[in-house]
Design a protein around this ligand. Structure first.
Ligand code: COA
Length: 372
């Protein structure tokens, strides 16, 4: 049975932060820290912090700007944590709310009612709570039927969930599965860490996965999916219910994202490019068969290298569009935002690749072909 991506949806917050704003806040923090610790810095018992720079961020990552859920708390030098108040248990939770917005857009674009949905999968890097599953809350808020469950595979959350959804449809357990991928990444970002303070933005995407025989015109047939994981400590977040994080300890670096960026770069580029080439060989696809690659949006230099290794030449923006400059790294949502914003111009028969990679390590490749 052919399974398709019928439509996608995207939610991006209305607030945004430029590199200049982020760097101004960080550098003010550095000045205050160095002034407060001047005596210790002079004796060598505390290391002076170094300022960040807009030029470095753009060159090292390709990021110029990111959408954020809440801006003031994030830039407030006394705080440097987004100000996101708790909600009552009777209110729709924040991650469900953004998922519902993206989900409704996907349903609308496919001409579907929520009642047509047989399953909801919520898959993302950082879940707001362990239970009840966010997917069940989204299912309820939308008025969808069937069942829902949550998944968590860091930056590969969306591609892993697409394979799960496709398997559910193929097995006959559902005809339409809505995948939602809310990535509110500023919540796990350490804004006092020079190496990572600029990386992430907030967004949510939704992907409607269905049987081809009920899909709308212009859906994308899933030609094949392939997932891979390999344990690495180089991107890690230890936040969890066994080590509850009090508000005054929210800046504990151990409970936020920590990464060895250089190692990630060096180890993930070959892992992902080799996986893509192997998957292409299995599907009997040549680089010239690919009209476009929608890669995970982590770092423009990583993307450039991966695309070049797959295509055999440097990829143009048309062949491998970037949304990193505008959205920053939005974890699992990145490759789907690239697909959502840069696929309408493709023609029936055109083939492309949606590919994720990230913590775990985890990587997922999904080859798709536009139907008539
Ligand atoms: N502003 C200014 N300078 C900075 C800086 C900042 N915010 N952060 C680091 N630097 C400095 C470093 O101190 C270093 O200075 P030195 O040469 O005097 O020692 C220099 O810039 C280079 O730092 P380095 O960490 O080696 O930079 P890089 O080119 O490797 O880029 C990353 C760092 C994190 C952007 C890059 O390694 C990366 O993106 N890796 C992939 C990580 C990723 O995308 N993970 C997500 C999941 S896949």
């Amino acid at each position: 049975m052919t399974v398709v991506i019928s439509a996608t949806g995207l939610y991006a917050p209305s607030n945004s932060v430029s590199n200049a704003e982020l760097v101004a806040s960080y550098n003010e923090y550095v000045e205050r820290f160095n002034a407060a610790n001047a005596a210790e810095i002079a004796t060598g018992s505390v290391e002076a912090l170094q300022p960040s720079s807009v030029e470095f961020i753009e060159k090292a990552s390709g990021i110029k700007h990111r959408y954020v859920l809440e801006k003031e708390g994030l830039l407030d030098v006394e705080r440097m944590v987004p100000n996101i108040p708790d909600r009552s248990n009777d209110d729709l939770s924040l991650m469900a709310e953004v998922s519902v917005i993206a989900g409704k857009q996907a349903l609308e674009r496919a001409g579907r009612n929520a009642a047509d949905i047989d399953a909801v999968i919520c898959s993302c890097s950082s879940l707001q709570r362990p239970y009840p599953a966010l997917a069940i809350e989204v299912q309820d808020a939308l008025g969808a039927g069937g069942f829902g469950y949550d998944m968590n595979v860091a930056c590969s959350s969306a591609t892993f969930a697409i394979q799960n959804a496709a398997d559910i449809v193929r097995a006959g357990h559902a005809r339409s599965v809505l995948v939602v991928n809310p990535e509110l990444c500023t919540g796990h970002l350490n804004l006092r860490d020079r190496d990572t303070h600029f990386i992430f933005g907030d967004a949510a995407v939704a992907i409607l996965v269905e049987r081809a025989d009920i899909a709308p015109a212009g859906a994308w047939a899933i030609l094949g999916t392939k997932l891979q994981t390999r344990f690495s400590n180089n991107i890690r977040n230890n936040f969890g219910f066994l080590n509850r994080c009090d508000p005054e300890h929210r800046d504990d670096v151990d409970k936020l994202i920590i990464q060895q960026g250089r190692k990630v770069f060096k180890e993930v580029v070959p892992m992902v490019s080799e996986m893509i080439l192997q998957h292409m060989a299995e599907l009997d696809l040549k680089p010239t068969d690919l009209r476009r690659m929608w890669l995970h949006q982590a770092n423009s230099n990583m993307n450039r290298l991966i695309a070049e290794r797959v295509l055999g030449h440097e990829a143009s923006q048309d062949e491998s569009p970037t949304v990193l400059d505008e959205y920053g790294n939005t974890a699992g949502a990145g490759s789907i935002i690239a697909f959502h914003n840069h696929s309408a111009d493709l023609k029936a028969g055109d083939r492309g690749l949606i590919c994720s990679f990230g913590a775990g390590y985890s990587a997922g490749s999904i080859f798709v072909q536009k139907a008539a």
